[in-house]
Design a binder for this molecule. Structure first.
Ligand SMILES: C[S@@+](CC[C@H](N)C(=O)[O-])C[C@H]1O[C@@H](n2cnc3c(N)ncnc32)[C@H](O)[C@@H]1O
Length: 267
């Protein structure tokens, strides 16, 4: 196997993926309810991470359905009678297929990280059955707002650290504008019912969102200190992210769904 392009910037750990799930699951679950997932359906969850959406899909498709979960790192994914788990590097290996395709395909916070994101999107559309749904979710670059912090220098530090996380990811090949372009790509591919929803919220110190910010700085520690932030800055940032007095804006999260046309609808 040959792999191409940049490597994924994070390590999968419950400290990162559980807070991510806590803040994003309500949006993805709402999106799946919007499109409707029927018992018996075949679902595919790409870049399944710690599997909360895989498991939610399994409850929606029920015992007569099947969920295929795929990730380069499957250490946090458990197979069941309904859930099949595949370890794949989606930069270089094909998406696992089932007989005649999938009724629903999800990929949350995956495609922005992968250099072959546009090709993967086309493959996902190809693997959908007629009338099948695609549900995508991405972090999109946005300005952070600090609504409350102990001091003005803490406000400046939080602003600087969060923007430096986003800039560092961008410099390492993560496309934080990808989520803004997916509706146009889906429309150009002939998909129907293309809809995007963007969301930001407030995150409070000590909550899951701030735990996610803190974990991202731990994982990117060396890259962030290369930009001029000091280890002391990052320690103070971690302290602030567990202080319930602190209130900041979240990452922007954009979900997009679209339905594959059925060329032969029932008469
Ligand atoms: C930010 S996490 C999102 C996890 C999950 N979708 C969620 O939203 O809770 C990105 C996931 O993509 C996976 N990933 C990164 N690069 C990958 C690759 N080349 N092939 C397959 N999966 C990859 C990571 O292992 C990780 O589980």
């Amino acid at each position: 196997m040959t792999t191409t392009g940049q490597r994924y910037q994070f390590r999968n750990s419950p400290h990162q993926l559980h807070p991510l799930q806590d803040v994003l699951d309500p949006h993805t679950v709402r999106e799946l309810a919007r499109v409707g997932v029927k018992p018996g359906a075949r679902a595919l969850d790409l870049g399944a991470g710690a599997g909360s959406i895989t498991r939610h899909l399994a409850t929606l498709v029920g015992p007569a359905g099947k969920v295929t979960a795929v990730d380069i790192d499957t250490c946090l994914l458990d197979p069941t009678a309904v859930i099949d788990v595949y370890q794949r590097d989606l930069r270089a290996e094909p998406i696992p297929t089932t007989g005649d395709g999938y009724d629903i395909i999800t990929a949350r916070c995956l495609l922005e990280h992968l250099p072959n994101r546009a090709e993967l999107l086309q493959q996902m559309i190809h693997l959908l059955r007629p009338s099948g749904w695609l549900v995508l979710g991405e972090i999109v670059y946005s300005r952070v707002l600090v609504h409350r912090a102990p001091t003005e220098s803490d406000t400046a530090l939080i602003t600087r650290v969060v923007h430096t996380i986003l800039d560092t990811l961008t410099h390492r090949g993560v496309d934080l504008h990808w989520g803004e372009t997916t509706p146009a790509l889906l429309l150009a591919a002939g998909m129907n019912h293309v809809q995007a929803h963007s969301h930001t919220e407030t995150w409070t110190g000590g909550g899951p969102g701030c735990a996610l910010y803190a974990n991202n700085t731990h994982q990117l520690h060396d890259q962030l200190t290369d930009t001029g932030l000091t280890p002391g800055d990052l320690d103070r940032f971690t302290e602030l992210m567990s202080d319930p007095h602190v209130v900041v804006s979240s990452y922007q999260f954009t979900t997009t769904h679209a339905q594959k046309p059925d060329p032969s609808p029932p008469r």
